[in-house]
Every structure is written in structure tokens, then in C-alpha cells.
Design a protein around this ligand. Structure first.
Ligand code: PAP
Length: 368
């Protein structure tokens, strides 16, 4: 598999026209179905396995009503790759003038990061429509003051064309597939159980098989990562293209949180001043957004639920690189690596170039 072109993708007509509510309602029931990734049914669309609700309502709502602004920042990720952390960091960066990280009343001390930075397609998938026919979640996004920090798990190729045309800044975070897989498997079991779905029988071996086939939330992961990586390379190699994708890795963020925070701020168009650096604003944001701090905030403790109905504590676990080896055998790890290597051969991208998974870094003392 040499590039992110869609050899095993959908019939071209599935993605050619702008997806409308009515068009998707006709199309989705006929798409390949995967029900083993509880609690949501997935359908294969345009080469990716997406939750049905995102296809039926989320994507059509974005295409119909979402209007990007030039100063929007979009955080993008494959699930379980560091999204919650990225949301906290980006929110703290963007709003540091109104909310200094040292403030005892900082929004991150009161709210789950997912409630401060919304997934554009998830909100639209869950919400209904307003009286004038506009999707309620899109109307909510419209009401947010600028600069907006928004998030998505959508692959690059399924972003609304208006977002790409606006050349919005996109920060992407990628993670070792083995850690993303284990994190996702544990989350699925926990979150599904909290929604009353029995997932005891969903074994890691089964999750691994599905992951290797790309049959997982927003999978295949390799294709998701490759699309954003290629977009970041296009920006880096062509002076005519504005640098619109900043490609980060979870592992590198663990190694050097302050350095990556500064890269993010610069990319977002609000670099830290010398006074701020001297005043330890960078360190304060790193500290505020650390797993240990966020995990222990009242808003993120057991029992509370975020606006999507998911228990807030489910987003915080260990937060290290290499924890896959606590759950998978070395042979299982090799199977994942081999599947990724096979899929990415000839693409120019390899997870090894970014991720040294032998290095275990326990930054915060989190636990299962
Ligand atoms: P999402 O896709 O559902 O939004 P996401 O935040 O991407 O989830 O991934 C959760 C992982 O990020 C968890 O990893 P683990 O299961 O391997 O431990 C979680 O612990 C980790 N995480 C959450 N917040 C932070 C943070 N502040 N710093 C570092 N890692 C974090």
C-alpha cells in the first residue's frame, strides 16, 4: 500500500457528491457494517469505518452548515492518540490572556477538556436540528467567539471542503498503534459498560484482529495517520502551501511537553513572548494539563459525565508510552507492527521514524 489513495475505499460515487442528510439516509444502510466495536455500529465509508450517527447526521450537518473562520484551529486525531491532552493544551494556549494557567478558577479546573473543545462531527451526530433546520450543534459552534479551538476524529479526506479551502490550521497528534489499540480496547470495555452494554466477551485478541483489518473507530489507523502526514509534508515541501498541518506525536509530547507546547503556540499564531517564558507560563500550562492534575480535578472524577454522556474519568488512565506490553504479548505487538509496516510500505511514512516504543516514560503515575 503505497499511499493514502483509496484502493479499498468506497465506490467513488459515495464520496463524490456533498453528503446530504437525505443522501446519507439512503446510502448508509447499504454500506458494509461492523457491529463488534461496541457500543456503536460502524459503517465503511470512503475507506474508513465510522460510527453510523456520524455518517447519518454529523457529516451532513458539517457539510450543510459549518462555516470555518480563518483563525479557527482544528485539533485532529485518531481515537486514543492523545486528544484529551491536546484539547487541554490548545485551550490553555488560546485562552491564556483571559484565563492565566495559574488562575484557581481556570475552566480546565471546572470542566472536562472535551466540554471545552468540542468534536465537530460528534456534537452534530448527537444533537437534533433547530426550528429553522440548522443542526443545533453547528449553531452552537457558530455562537462560539473567535478564535475557536475545535476538534475532530474525521480523516483528512472527509473534512468538509470548506475547511480545506479556508486553509485552517490543523494540529494532528499520532500515537504508537499498539498503545492506541490497548487504550481503545480498555476504553471501549469501560465506556460500553457504563452505557449498560456487556463487553466482557470483547477480548484483546479480537480487538487486535479488528484493528489490523482497520475495522475500528475511524480506522484504519495507518490510513488516518498517513493522510494527515502527507498533508503536513505537502505544506513543508511546497512554499506555495501555507503550513496548515502541524504533525505531532504523543511520544514526543511526553518526551518534551514544553518544547511541543511552544511549537503549538507558534503554529496557532500566538507564540509565547519572552516575558511569558520568563514568567513560567509555559511550565504552568504543562503542569495544569498534566494527566495527574487533570485526572484529579473534580470535573474529571468518577461519576461525572461529559456532554456526550461518557464518564469523564474514562479519558484519563496511565498516559505513558509502551503500556501495550502490560496487556499484549510481544508476538501480538509484532503482529500490529507487521500489519502497519505492510500497509505503509512505499508510502514514505513509518511509525518507527517517530516512535521509539522501547522507551517507557511514566510521566504522571497514572494507573489502569
Ligand atoms: P479520545 O480519542 O477518546 O479523545 P484520547 O484522549 O485521544 O481519547 O486518548 C486517551 C489516552 O490519552 C489515554 O491513554 P492510556 O489509555 O494509554 O492511558 C489517557 O490516559 C491519555 N491522556 C489523557 N489525558 C492525558 C494527559 N493530560 N496527558 C497525557 N496523556 C493523557
Amino acid at each position: 500500500m503505497a499511499s493514502s489513495s483509496r484502493e479499498d475505499g468506497p465506490p467513488e460515487d459515495a464520496s463524490a457528491a456533498a453528503p446530504t442528510y437525505a443522501g446519507m439516509a439512503d446510502l448508509v444502510p447499504a454500506l458494509p457494517l461492523e457491529t463488534r466495536c461496541s457500543p456503536f455500529a460502524l459503517r465503511q465509508y470512503s475507506g474508513f469505518w465510522l460510527p453510523e450517527a456520524v455518517l447519518l447526521r454529523g457529516i451532513p450537518a458539517l457539510h450543510a452548515g459549518f462555516v470555518p473562520r480563518p483563525d479557527d484551529v482544528l485539533l485532529a486525531s485518531f481515537p486514543k492518540s492523545g486528544t484529551t491532552w491536546l484539547k487541554a493544551l490548545a485551550f490553555a494556549i488560546a485562552h491564556r490572556a483571559a484565563h492565566p494557567p495559574s488562575s484557581g478558577d481556570h475552566p480546565l479546573r471546572r470542566s472536562n477538556p472535551h466540554d471545552l473543545v468540542r468534536f465537530v462531527e460528534v456534537g452534530a451526530a448527537l444533537a437534533g436540528r433547530t426550528d429553522d433546520g440548522m443542526d443545533a450543534a453547528v449553531a452552537e459552534l457558530e455562537a462560539l467567539p473567535s478564535p475557536r479551538v475545535l476538534a475532530t476524529h474525521l480523516p483528512y479526506s472527509l473534512l468538509p471542503p470548506r475547511v480545506l479551502a479556508a486553509n485552517n490550521r490543523i494540529v494532528y497528534v499520532c500515537r504508537d498503534p499498539k498503545d492506541a489499540l490497548v487504550s481503545s480496547w480498555l476504553f471501549t470495555r469501560g465506556a460500553s459498560a457504563s452505557l449498560g452494554v456487556d463487553t466482557e466477551s470483547f477480548t484483546l485478541s479480537e480487538a487486535l484482529e479488528l484493528f489490523r483489518e482497520g475495522r475500528c473507530f475511524y480506522g484504519p489507523q495507518w490510513r488516518h495517520v498517513l493522510e494527515y502526514w502527507e498533508a503536513s509534508r505537502r505544506a513543508a515541501t511546497s512554499p506555495a502551501v501555507a503550513a496548515n498541518v502541524l504533525f505531532l506525536t504523543y511520544e514526543e509530547m511526553l518526551r518534551d511537553p514544553a518544547g511541543n507546547l511552544r511549537r503549538m503556540a507558534e503554529f496557532m499564531g500566538c507564540a509565547f513572548s519572552e516575558e511569558e517564558v520568563a514568567g513560567r507560563v509555559v511550565d504552568q500550562i504543562v503542569e495544569l494539563c498534566s494527566l495527574e492534575k487533570l485526572k484529579n480535578m473534580e470535573a474529571n472524577r468518577s461519576g461525572r459525565r461529559n456532554t456526550s454522556g461518557i464518564r469523564s474519568d474514562a479519558f484519563f488512565r496511565k498516559g505513558v508510552a509502551g503500556d501495550w506490553s502490560s496487556h499484549m504479548s510481544p508476538e501480538m505487538g509484532k503482529m500490529v507492527d507487521q500489519a502497519m509496516e505492510d500497509a505503509l510500505r512505499g508510502s514514505g511514512f513509518s511509525f518507527c521514524q517517530f516512535i521509539n516504543s522501547d522507551e517507557r516514560r511514566l510521566t504522571t503515575g497514572g494507573s489502569d
